[in-house]
Design a protein around this ligand. Structure first.
Ligand code: FE
Length: 202
């Protein structure tokens, strides 16, 4: 497993986040540069340890891969079992999504004047290697699902905060928004830091 690719990616995102207050006038610049780095990360499927690629028959899994020490960003592997989908939900921070394995469908939602939601445009298919972004500025509410009923899909997500600890909302069709905190599926983080194992491979 070429874990150094994840380590390098984490370093790139840390630099972008570090630069944001001074060098980046707008969130869009961070998102653009972050998407470039994520596109490169998901272009090769040879670095995600098996432990963070395991589906559950119960529900989609959200494995924390890295959390910034100051909670400015987090990196998550999102593992879809066949046919699994999220509820309609928001993030409250910027988020980047890149498909590493399989494919997924994302349906964006927009708010009506009365606060209710409507689908915003068609459902978008993200195939292997595709990336997209969400944020309160550019559109933060969506529903996502595995494009396949018979196989696992995996996407890599980056968020502008410690996403597993952020209080946010789901939007049931038949009732008011529900507060939730997603948490993470894993108790143990991948080891990005043992460079001795990679002295030959990389
Ligand atoms: Fe989402």
């Amino acid at each position: 497993m070429a874990i150094h690719k994840l380590r390098r990616f984490v370093g790139t995102i840390a630099e972008l986040v570090e630069r944001q207050p001074q060098g980046f006038s707008q969130e869009s610049e961070l998102i653009d540069h972050g998407l470039d780095a994520l596109r490169e990360l998901v272009s090769e499927d040879d670095w995600l340890p098996h432990a963070y690629a395991a589906p559950s028959p119960e529900r989609y899994q959200q494995y924390l891969l890295h959390a910034d020490a100051r909670q400015r960003f987090s990196v998550v592997s999102f593992v879809w079992g066949p046919g699994q989908q999220t509820p309609v939900h928001d993030h409250t921070v910027w988020g980047l999504i890149g498909v590493l394995r399989g494919a997924e469908y994302a349906q964006p939602y927009a708010r009506n004047a009365d606060g209710t939601l409507r689908p915003h445009g068609p459902e978008v298919r993200l195939g292997r290697g595709a990336v997209e972004a969400v944020s309160p500025t550019i559109g933060d509410i969506h529903r996502v699902r595995n494009a396949y009923d018979d196989r696992v899909s995996i996407s890599i997500h980056v968020y502008g905060g410690n996403i597993g600890a952020i209080r946010r909302s789901t939007y049931p069709a038949d009732g008011p928004p529900k507060a939730f905190i997603s948490g993470y599926s894993n108790d143990v983080l991948p080891n990005l830091w043992d460079l001795s194992k990679e002295s030959i491979a990389s």
